[in-house]
Design a protein around this ligand. Structure first.
Ligand code: BGC
Length: 930
């Protein structure tokens, strides 16, 4: 066994974070684990005093929640020991606190020259004695970068991230010990507008300026220790303020970087009162440069433009080697797609999204500093005609989360889809979860984030990222009696208070808890979660019924295809139904949260509330016999998944959902709300094959249609591009919008087959299907890494083999489909057995075949030319003769037998019974096995 790593609050060696509490977790790896493992955790402060000792404990899991009073500016050493029988293991790590209560010496400094959009603040100082510890604590508004002797400190960009700066600003801590050698040094901080004062937001088409303030400012303290003691250099009015090479920069604007501009003018330094209500140690993960992409293709367009294709849509910037002469000015324009042979940028709306650069002829590596772009292609303007593509790289910038997921199948289109979802995530988790990274928006839309949160949590460790974002939501709620904004930070002061979008505040902390077993996030935000549900209660009461959210302005099933709305923005599912269903869902989450936090009174209250909402919901939206008032895919999927269907209506609802899909020629009509709900509703209710059919559909509208069109990320709309690859010109069309990528949650839960049912308990029920022969996936669950690979082999496609990796602490109950006996690591066992941590090889003979065949859901055109097959089918399908009448087959070839049986009743044919359906499917299968 090996201790692979120890995380503190889900982070590796966190430096200068805000530690309100501690959760320390170790991750171990072994082929098989010792039985009676014991654990022991010791924390020492930097004087080497023991400040926490857990004592030896039985290790049911490898988590600790040490309670201790942390001191500021202290590095704590964490020692973890494990032992079993005669063996023992240990590992050491650390975490370090920041200033904890803000700055004591530093002043906020800047200049009153508001026309400056980029400034540099600097100070020369001397180090006299060897330094054995040095830290730089700093922050700034808008965005800052710090340099020591011209060298950038740390690897993060776009600091201090995006928050409601009036409310809080985050301080970063950097270890600068190795730079502070005896001698003269210069510390400088460059600043530009960023989210703080650049044009940003959706008001006024492209946002307003100066949303949080109109002067750039920074505060810093450099602390070092030498043999004499502690020394501090702090920002004050002795610093020098000059123009910066970053002349202008904005999130939508892009950047103007002029290397000849530097230090031309000096301005008086002014000090300011603290601009934010609170100054916190950092909560945000750093935004850092991750993957680099080289140029895949150089194109010269009819207009003689040179365009570089990096092959991947992403958020970040282009880095290039400066081969220009001093004074030469070049420009790079960013875009997502080529249309009619030219770079298309209309969908960026009012985002200028361009980078200009004036060279000083010194041949450096160039990139912008305080902005980022959503792009796959760039247009080079004024570059020398002979460019070397190897000099250009696209660099992806995103919050530094650990990638914990992988998902591979025997289907390459699905594999690409997974990558597209991953890139949707990477491009939009830039300190806040944004809707898209390219146009004049890039806002922390609550709805999008809530919808995608579970998927994101399978791919990346999102705990800390969402802890920060939930704070951003809670901050806005605190100004508005619990009302959740449409996006957080609510830069335009938007009013919000809409279903699904607002429910992000219950959903996101709840998912983070479910996925990790760490209730810290619930403890932090239970107040915010309750206040949202309470806000709905008051609102609903004002509108007429406290238990139903009726008659309000909602976003509905955003961008659904079954639209009747003249704006074509939301689908047909009634707003009231969606709003009331999510009201129930949130009330239930809050009740469950209160239960976990042992808040008896609150638990009872919200349980009762959820019960009342459910009763009111059923009375309002179902007939007495259990029929839902709508038959939209979204409506049916939501009520099934949320458990809102009265018992008498369950089978009816499932049938109606299946009909709603097959009636629509086996394609989906769902929008933001229904898309992540549809496949789980089908798979959970016996229609996994139909779910697979939707998942694997390559025709519009579907996920793989996008993949087939060459998408490298997820589109905002199902028809962002049409069959010919032409972009829909409709004012709102991003090619990098993760929302519908939320289908991957289903893939992890129903195709891989992972269900976390308790902190230390999972159920494994792989979604075996003839439609793919292999699924190999991994993710982290509460106790550590979980991996599952399933494969179907043999001529009759009945040999199932499964490889499993279960982390220490978790017990996994097998619920294998079509299975009686299994062989686990060479030993005979029964299905439904529970396995402990370890690696396993499972084999079994499925009780029926997974051969790929047609079924009652196959469109007729897939098999109607196959004479031999049809010969046997005629006897099983009573209305087959009808189909052979002139013209009929052509007319109905897009429909499946299942859909037709429904319609045929109208002209007197007996409907297919479930026995008929089974017999037809069995016939198809037998035929395929021949
Ligand atoms: C955003 C969406 C968002 C929606 C809601 C759009 O402009 O891009 O993703 O959820 O507005 O109104």
């Amino acid at each position: 066994m090996e201790i692979q790593k120890i995380e503190i609050n889900h982070l590796d060696k966190p430096l200068g974070y805000r530690f309100d509490s501690l959760m320390i977790q170790a991750f171990v790896k072994a082929v098989s684990y010792p039985r009676s493992l014991e654990k022991h955790l010791v924390i020492n402060d930097d004087l080497n005093e023991v400040v926490f000792d857990s004592g030896w404990q039985e290790a049911l899991d490898l988590k600790f929640y040490p309670k201790l009073q942390l001191q500021a500016q202290t590095r704590y050493k964490v020692l973890l020991e494990l032992r079993a029988n005669q063996e023992s293991w240990q590992k050491v790590t650390w975490f370090e606190t920041g200033l904890m209560s803000g700055f004591s010496w530093g002043k906020w400094i800047g200049t009153n020259k508001k026309e400056l959009h980029g400034i540099s603040l600097s100070k020369e100082f001397s180090i006299n004695k060897p330094v054995y510890k040095a830290r730089l604590y700093l922050t700034g508004l808008g965005l800052y970068e710090a340099y020591l002797d011209g060298k950038k400190i740390g690897n993060e960009y776009l600091a201090p991230g995006f928050s409601d700066y009036n409310y809080y600003v985050q301080v970063a801590t950097h270890d600068v010990t190795k730079y502070l050698t005896p001698g003269k040094h210069t510390l400088s901080i460059i600043l530009a507008d960023g989210w703080y004062r650049g044009k940003f937001g959706i008001e006024m088409h492209g946002g307003r300026e100066n949303q949080y303030g109109d002067t750039l400012k920074a505060i810093a303290e450099l602390h070092w220790q030498d043999e004499v003691g502690k020394q501090v250099l702090a920002t004050d009015d002795s610093w020098i303020c000059q123009t910066s090479q970053v002349v202008r920069s904005g999130i939508y604007y892009g950047e103007d970087l002029d290397m000849l501009q530097s230090k031309k003018e000096t301005y008086p330094v002014v000090s300011y009162p603290q601009p934010s209500k609170y100054v916190y140690d950092r909560i945000s993960l750093p935004i850092i440069a991750h993957e680099q992409f080289s140029v895949k293709k150089v194109m010269t367009t009819r207009k003689h433009d040179v365009i570089l294709d990096f092959g991947q849509n992403l958020a970040g910037w282009v880095e290039f080697e400066d081969m220009l002469a001093a004074g030469q000015k070049v420009e790079i324009e960013f875009g997502e797609i080529i249309q009619n042979g030219e770079l298309y940028r209309d969908n960026l709306r009012n985002a200028r999204a361009s980078f200009t650069y004036v060279s000083d002829g010194k041949g450096q590596i160039v990139h912008p500093h305080f902005t980022y772009f959503g792009f796959r292609y760039v247009r080079l303007i004024n570059f020398p005609t002979e460019i070397n593509p190897a000099n250009f790289k696209a660099v992806a910038l995103y919050s530094d989360m650990e990638e914990i997921g992988t998902f591979k199948t025997s289907d390459n289109l699905v594999n690409r889809l997974y990558q597209n979802v991953v890139w949707g995530l990477k491009s939009n988790f830039v300190d806040i979860p944004t809707d898209c990274p390219q146009r004049d928006e890039r806002l922390g839309w609550t709805g999008d984030a809530g919808i995608f949160a579970k998927t994101a949590s399978y791919i990346m460790d999102t705990y800390q990222f969402f802890t920060k974002y939930a704070l951003d939501i809670a901050v806005e709620q605190s100004k508005n009696e619990g009302r959740v904004p449409l996006y957080a930070p609510a830069i335009d002061g938007n009013d919000g208070g809409k279903a699904v979008w607002g429910d992000a505040i219950t959903i996101i902390p709840w998912i983070s808890y479910q996925r990790s077993g760490d209730a810290t996030i619930l403890r932090k935000y239970i107040g915010a979660m309750m206040s949202w549900v309470d806000w709905i209660y008051d609102r609903a009461e004002k509108l007429g019924n406290p238990y139903l959210w009726l008659g309000d302005d909602q976003l509905g099933d955003w961008l659904a295809l079954d639209t009747e709305d003249i704006m074509h923005l939301k689908g047909k599912t009634p707003d009231d139904l969606i709003a009331s269903a999510y009201y129930y869902y949130s009330a239930r989450i809050v009740a469950q949260t209160a239960e976990i936090l042992k808040m008896k009174h609150e638990r009872r209250y919200y349980q009762q509330l959820a019960k009342q909402i459910k009763a009111a919901f059923q009375a309002e939206f179902f007939t007495k016999s259990g029929r839902l008032i709508t038959d939209t895919q979204t409506g049916l999927a939501v009520v099934l998944n949320f458990g809102l269907v009265p018992a008498c209506g369950k089978q009816q609802a499932i049938k109606k959902l299946v009909t709603a899909v097959s009636k629509n020629k086996n394609s989906l009509t769902t929008g933001f709300v229904g898309t992540p709900q549809l496949l789980p509703a089908l798979s959970a209710n016996g229609y996994h094959e139909l779910a697979m059919r939707l998942f694997l559909s390559e025709h519009y509208p579907s996920w793989l249609f996008e993949v087939k069109q060459g998408a490298t990320t997820i589109w905002e709309r199902w028809n962002s591009l049409d069959e010919k690859g032409m972009i829909a010109d409709n004012g709102m069309n991003s090619l990098n919008h993760y929302s519908s990528g939320a289908v991957m949650q289903w893939a992890f839960e129903y195709l891989m087959g992972l269900k976390q049912v308790g902190e230390h308990e999972i159920r494994i029920s792989p979604g075996l299907t003839p439609k793919v022969s292999l699924v190999a996936a991994k993710t982290r669950i509460s106790d550590g890494e979980f991996g599952l690979t399933w494969q179907i082999k043999g001529v009759t496609k009945q040999e199932v083999s499964i490889e499993l990796e279960i982390p220490y602490g978790t017990s996994a109950k097998l619920e294998l489909p079509n299975c009686q006996n299994i062989v686990v690591n060479g030993q005979k066992m029964e299905n439904e057995v529970s396995l402990g941590a370890g690696k396993y090889q499972l084999e079994y003979q499925a009780t029926s075949s997974y051969v790929e065949s047609f079924d009652v859901q196959s469109p007729l055109k897939e098999f109607n030319q196959n004479k031999n097959l049809i010969a046997g089918l005629k006897d099983l399908v009573p209305f087959w003769d009808f189909l052979t009448l002139p013209g009929n087959m052509k007319y109905f070839e897009d429909y499946s037998l299942l859909q037709l049986e429904n319609e045929m009743r109208a002209i007197g044919f007996a409907p297919l019974s479930s026995t008929d359906i089974k017999a037809i499917n069995a016939y198809f299968q037998k035929y395929a096995l021949k």
